[in-house]
Design a protein around this ligand. Structure first.
Ligand code: 5GP
Ligand code: ZN
Length: 139
């Protein structure tokens, strides 16, 4: 529990939320600024800011809970698909510093969401190889 964390306060029922699913380690809530109808956030009950700090047990629990919620979204709202989005760090666009997975039901072209419209262009293979080697060295 982190005192000033809004999601910890939701977990502990200090502030309200539309709770959709919960188990011992995970909680799924309706996003109050839904990008599309049925936008859900799935979070660990234990505080961890990002993927890099999450414990292996909580990673497993939150992703298993996300699968259950995604199945319920497909059954109840019947979207064309579900985008899974997870941001780490302010530079990546993370606003609430308590790990969470966004489940965003998609119905293109009706929903007209722009967040996945990056340009696909071939990379420089030498640069890709060099970067891959640099990452590998960090394990
Ligand atoms: P982030 O950019 O950190 O990945 O996304 C944070 C998400 O949390 C946003 O989609 C935002 O709408 C949602 N959010 C922020 N405050 C609250 C809140 O008090 N309750 C709920 N249910 N969602 C929130
Ligand atoms: Zn927290």
């Amino acid at each position: 529990m982190s005192e000033d964390c809004i999601f910890c306060q939701i977990v502990n029922k200090k502030i309200p939320a539309f709770r959709i699913y919960e188990d011992e380690r995970s909680l799924a809530i309706a996003d109050i600024n839904p990008v599309t109808e049925g936008h859900v956030l799935v979070l660990p009950k234990n505080h961890a800011a990002t993927l890099m700090e999450l414990t292996p047990g909580d990673i497993a629990a939150v992703h298993q809970a996300s699968q259950k919620v995604a199945q319920a979204l497909m059954k109840s709202l019947k979207p064309g698909g579900i985008a899974v989005l997870q941001l780490n760090g302010a530079a990546a666009g993370q606003v609430v510093m308590h790990y969470h997975i966004h489940l965003i039901p998609r119905n293109p072209p009706k929903d007209n969401i722009k967040f996945l419209n990056w340009e696909i262009k071939p990379g420089d293979m030498k640069a890709i190889e060099k970067t891959a080697a640099k990452i590998k060295e960090a394990f």
